[in-house]
Design a protein around this ligand. Structure first.
Ligand SMILES: [Zn+2]
Length: 116
């Protein structure tokens, strides 16, 4: 499951940023095609009992962007994204989706958002 490996990396990064503090929320940006429900589920599972336990995963969905060998570069329709695969709208080549989750912010109790 692709989502699980993405979230594993995300959680590791958050733990590092938290530096021992409890985390209340994590904001990420992710391209369409990634299953937000699976992300949320994986996040809850991977953060159980740690510094991120109970933290809310806030997902902002953005268009999938693809650069292809055929010269196409730009946004791809959601219909052409499935999980971690993206189909080039110009030549139909199937690509591995570029790695997806971008950490925007980690928030702590009593603090405003921390922008990296
Ligand atoms: Zn192409």
């Amino acid at each position: 499951m692709h989502e699980l490996s993405l979230v594993t990396e995300l959680v590791a990064e958050c733990v590092q940023r938290a530096g021992g503090r409890q985390v209340t929320a994590v904001e990420v940006r992710c391209p369409v095609g990634v299953d937000a429900d699976e992300l949320t589920e994986a996040f809850a599972h991977l953060t159980e009992g740690g510094l991120l336990a109970g933290a809310v995963l806030e997902i902002e969905t953005v268009p999938q962007v693809l650069t292809c060998e055929c010269g196409f570069a730009g946004e791809v329709d959601p219909e052409q994204c499935a999980g971690h695969m993206v189909v080039c709208p110009a030549c139909s080549r199937v690509h591995e989706a570029p790695d997806a989750l971008e950490l925007i912010a980690v928030r702590f109790p009593g603090e405003d958002r921390i922008v990296p």
